[in-house]
Design a protein around this ligand. Structure first.
Ligand code: AHR
Length: 498
């Protein structure tokens, strides 16, 4: 007997699930770049770790944001181009790096290496420019170096550095957390800086390049700050000229929870923290709606994921990769589907080794974390039309709020095939879920499940990584097309229905 019900309203479309909703973020932090993606002792002549590149390629990541994070607002891109042996060694003001965790930046991995990585793995690059300690001319120069095909010194320098064709980088973030590590600015001050940077970066488009540059402002989880920023953005300029295509927020959760010591109550609180993103997206979209006039400004969740007490600067923000974290990622990806009408991108933090990375390296080994499996399971949603789901679910009280124990989202592909994903966020009990997909016959149902029989705190390593691969999920299909499945505790299901 089902105790949760998911009804998929296939006719109630939300919007396209932009593939960029499954994007990623890599910063010069800990072992993300050095030792994670790029290493001197790699077998690859260019310095890339071939094993990691292969895993990232298989992931089909749509977009990759770089070089930070806090690092971005003290990064001077010209340090990282040209012959590697001539590149200056600089401070890393915010993070230790590499196996030795030194607060220094060798600049061995710079713009051309990053853009080559993107091409190797098929990801759109997204560059975050230095607003905090940089200037607008430096930012415009970076666009010129990457994208201009004419006869200027910077375009020529790119060619001398081995790249003839412009890269055509489309996404340009103007600053990172400028309310914090990116300059500790108030909203009006950041709006002023943003407008100045956008003038020079934005003027590149149409004049020197024709790349439909997308300019991205960095918002906050404080929605009053966002409102004041937007009001200062529109103040005194024609709305059609406001050069803002996306506004971002960051959402980390689990900051007080230890992976190793957490119990079931902590898991509930952690998952409730992940689900708060739903409200943040609504509120940021509401602020944009109320202030941006006719300008179409999308919401980007630019950095997000689990951040536990194990991840401190001393560990290079490394933490164990668990089933619980992966479960939270599934719940968040369901939220993204439900907000496909306002969300234009998301980037989970951070691609390799850091925080809720998808790929981990251990010496010569590189392996998939459980969160990687979730991205694979959710991949069929990419490019589909998200549709409305109604979920009837038992709940549990957590900090005076009700944690829904079963969650779901759905999308429809061009041929009318429906893909439903569902989570059992209850780490203590199984739930039997009945899925009703409007207009589906149930003639063809294909269902998979992640993490059956695995404890929420099970940690991945090089030896057990394959144990987290998806299994077939047993389902019962009624004559009317209703699909029923028992979801074990802390599991994630993907169900394709014709
Ligand atoms: O992802 C780690 C850090 O978290 C980033 O550098 C910063 O943007 C955020 O506070």
């Amino acid at each position: 007997m089902a105790n949760a019900r998911v009804t998929v309203h296939t006719g109630a479309g939300i919007d396209r699930v932009e593939p960029e909703l499954h994007g990623h973020f890599a910063e010069h932090l800990g072992r993300c770049i050095y030792d994670g993606i790029y290493t001197d002792d790699s077998v690859d002549a260019e310095g890339f770790r071939g094993d990691v590149v292969e895993l990232l390629d298989d992931l089909e990541m749509p977009v990759l944001r770089w070089p930070g994070g806090c690092f971005a607002d003290d990064y001077h891109w010209e340090d990282g181009v040209g012959p590697r042996e001539q590149r200056p060694r600089r401070r890393n003001l915010f993070w230790g790096q590499g196996r030795e965790m030194v607060p220094e930046e060798s600049n061995r991995f710079g713009t051309d290496e990053f853009l080559e990585l993107c091409e190797r793995v098929g990801a759109e690059p997204y560059l975050a420019v230095n607003v905090g300690s940089g200037d607008p001319g430096e930012a415009a120069d970076w666009v010129e170096y990457c994208n201009y095909d004419g006869d200027t010194e910077l375009a020529e320098r790119r060619r001398e550095n081995g790249r003839q064709e412009p890269y055509g980088v489309q996404y340009w973030g103007l600053g990172n957390e400028n309310w914090g590590c990116g300059g500790n600015m108030g909203p009006e001050q950041y709006a002023g800086e943003y407008r100045q940077f956008a003038t020079y970066v934005g003027s590149m488009d149409g004049q020197l390049v024709d790349d439909d540059l997308e300019l991205i402002g960095c918002g906050f989880s404080d929605h009053e700050w966002n409102r004041r920023f937007m009001e200062a953005m529109v103040d005194g300029i024609w709305l059609s000229e406001m050069q803002l295509d996306h506004l971002t927020l960051h959402h980390y959760y689990g900051r007080t929870m230890s992976v190793r010591e957490g119990d079931a109550d902590d898991y509930d609180e952690f998952l409730a923290g992940a689900l708060e993103l739903d409200d943040h997206v609504d509120r940021l979209a509401g602020t944009i709606e109320a202030t941006a006039g006719t300008r179409n400004v999308g919401v980007i969740v630019d950095e997000w994921g689990a951040w536990h007490t194990e991840a401190d600067p001393g560990t290079g923000l490394e933490q164990p990769g668990t089933v619980l974290d992966a479960l939270s990622a599934a719940a968040v990806l369901d939220i993204f589907n439900d907000h496909a009408d306002v969300l234009t991108m998301s980037n989970i933090a951070q691609t390799v080794n850091v925080l809720q990375c998808l790929v981990e390296t251990d010496g010569d080994d590189a392996f998939k974390r459980p969160t990687y499996r979730v991205y694979d399971l959710y991949a069929p949603h990419k490019g589909n039309e998200a549709v409305t789901t109604a979920v009837e679910t038992p709940t549990r009280e957590v900090d005076d709020e009700e944690l829904p124990l079963v969650g779901a989202s759905a999308s429809v592909d061009d041929d009318g095939g429906v893909y439903v994903t569902a989570t059992n966020l209850d780490t203590r009990a199984a739930h039997t879920v009945e899925f009703t997909v409007e207009d589906a016959t149930g003639d063809d149902v294909d269902a998979s499940v992640l993490f059956e029989g695995q404890e929420p705190d099970m940690v991945v390593d090089a030896d057990n990584a394959e144990e987290f691969a998806a299994d077939d999920l047993d389902v019962a299909v009624d004559n009317d097309g209703t699909v029923t499945a028992e979801l074990e505790p802390a599991t994630v299901a993907g169900i394709a229905v014709e």
